[in-house]
Design a protein around this ligand. Structure first.
Ligand code: ADP
Ligand code: ASP
Ligand code: MG
Length: 456
């Protein structure tokens, strides 16, 4: 972090709850001014992305009257916030045309009975486009001018709709003039959308659910930002999900690597890819509550002062364990390559993996099983067994793979639980294993007691 710099570039992101209504948006705008953030990235107002997805499904299923009433509900909510924030005529007209676009897209889906991922991405983009117009108004004040940007002109992605991948080099190029402006003066403040991007042909894409965090980090990287701030509804990253364990406490400082693993293993507070851009450019990242901005949150940095054995734990629900086996694997080579090639060709990522002489077990998100081609291709080369309703439990910390007695302590704490698969050794920052979905919350509570509460 560049302490001496008077003109620090701070990118600030506000999640759905921080954009929930006019008061939340005003409060978030105050946080921006107080922290002197220069580039603001927003999520859709809370619940809107889910509603837009339902809208697409209703229209596709030919439920036009339900579709119409949901269109009205989304429109009314945003128009009401607009009224409360006293939107300028120009912003009101952009808001209205974005709402009209939502109506047209829904009609198109209804008529064509087609709500493909490509169309759904366009429909979902409405959420962030609306909220960013509202935030632009809330940010207005005499000393700065607010510039609204369409993120689709800056975040270039591939065409993997619903999980599009950003094209980092081109994104950096596209930020050249804003980067220069931010470096040279403080007169402008920028506001744009998280979650969305566009292909080279300008077709709208999204970065995967919860992707506004990732967008904010991509903007921070492209702007050579000094800091990234993620404002949400909790006072930082906690030792585990506070909804699961009320005793969870906020962590002051955590390393990039630990926080990245925590996010990958299910801590919803950060999208799994968020820290990749921050790590590439070594941008210190802060997570805090927009509702309580004075309470210290969490700093995520490359170097941290403490490195506890167990810092935090996460639960990732709805996992499946896919076991692929064949006797042909015995003393043979090339088999793992074939399996991974199938996953690669189907663009499916594997989270945890163990192998034996004749089988490989991998955990995947349950939704992946909808990919029938993947299963058919695996079945063509081996026997495939699937176990579902599993949860991946991950302990995150330091030196985990070199600490004698850790596994014993874990399994003693949960001795009554049937553990399906264990992964230890690959990373010094995590230990993970699978349990049944129903037992997941209980396991987290027990491990939190053993490793966090009793260590306090
Ligand atoms: P936003 O809309 O601001 O992006 P999210 O709902 O995506 O917010 O993420 C914040 C939520 O993440 C919190 O309300 C909390 O329930 C959940 N969460 C899960 N694990 C953790 C954790 N380790 N620390 C803090 N919050 C967590
Ligand atoms: N609005 C999007 C979602 O609900 C992105 C985000 O909130 O980060 O997934
Ligand atoms: Mg989120």
């Amino acid at each position: 972090m560049n302490q001496a710099k008077s003109n620090k570039i701070i990118v600030s992101k506000f999640g759905g709850t921080s954009m929930g209504d006019a008061n939340c948006i005003r409060r978030s705008a105050q946080v921006v001014h107080k922290r002197k953030a220069r580039f603001v990235v927003v999520s859709a107002t809370s619940g809107t992305t889910n509603q837009l997805i339902s809208l697409g499904q209703m229209a596709q299923n030919q439920n036009w009257s339900e579709t119409e009433s949901l269109i009205k509900k989304i429109s009314d909510r945003h128009l009401e916030i607009a009224k409360d924030l006293n939107l300028s005529a120009e912003r009101l007209s952009s808001l209205q045309s974005t709402l009209d676009e939502m109506g047209s897209l829904a009609k198109g889906i209804y008529l064509l009975r087609d709500c493909s991922p490509r169309i759904l991405d366009s429909l979902q983009s409405i959420g962030e486009r609306l909220s960013s117009i509202l935030m632009a108004q809330a940010l207005e004040r005499a000393e700065q001018s607010v510039k609204w940007l369409d993120a689709r002109e800056f975040i270039l992605t591939d065409d993997l709709f619903s999980k599009a991948r950003p094209q980092i080099n081109e994104i950096y190029e596209r930020h050249q003039s804003i980067r220069k402006d931010l470096q040279q003066s403080t007169k402008n403040i920028y506001v744009t959308q998280g979650y969305i991007g566009a292909t080279a042909d300008r077709i709208t894409t999204t970065l995967g659910r919860g992707g506004s965090d990732y967008s904010a980090a991509l903007f921070a990287e492209a702007l050579d930002a000094d800091e990234l701030e993620i404002w949400t509804d909790v006072t930082g990253i906690a030792t585990t999900d506070p909804r699961l364990v009320p005793q969870a406490r906020s962590i002051n400082e955590i390393s990039f690597k630990e926080a990245a693993e925590l996010a990958v293993f299910g801590a919803k507070v950060l999208h799994p890819s968020t820290l990749l851009p921050a790590m590439r450019k070594n941008i210190p990242t802060f997570v805090g509550s927009s509702f309580d901005a004075n309470t210290a949150g969490t700093w995520i940095r490359k170097e941290v002062t403490e490195a506890p054995l167990v810092r935090a734990m996460a639960l990732r629900k709805n996992q499946v364990l896919v076991t692929v086996s064949t006797p042909e694997m015995l003393n043979a080579y090339g088999f793992l390559f074939q399996i991974f090639k199938i996953f690669n060709d189907n663009q499916v990522s594997i989270d945890a993996i163990t192998t034996s002489e004749i089988s490989v077990s991998m955990t995947l998100d349950e939704g992946t099983l909808q990919n029938k081609k993947l299963l058919a291709e695996l079945s063509a080369i081996a026997d495939v067994q699937i176990e579902s309703h599993l949860s991946l439990i991950a302990l995150i910390g330091n030196n985990i793979n070199h600490t004698p007695g850790l596994a014993k302590k874990i399994f003693e704490a949960i001795s009554n639980v049937n553990v399906r698969m264990i992964c230890l050794g690959a990373s010094k920052h995590n230990f993970c294993f699978l349990v049944n979905d129903e037992q997941g919350p209980e396991v987290i509570k027990k491990l939190h007691q053993t490793f966090i509460e009793s260590e306090a």
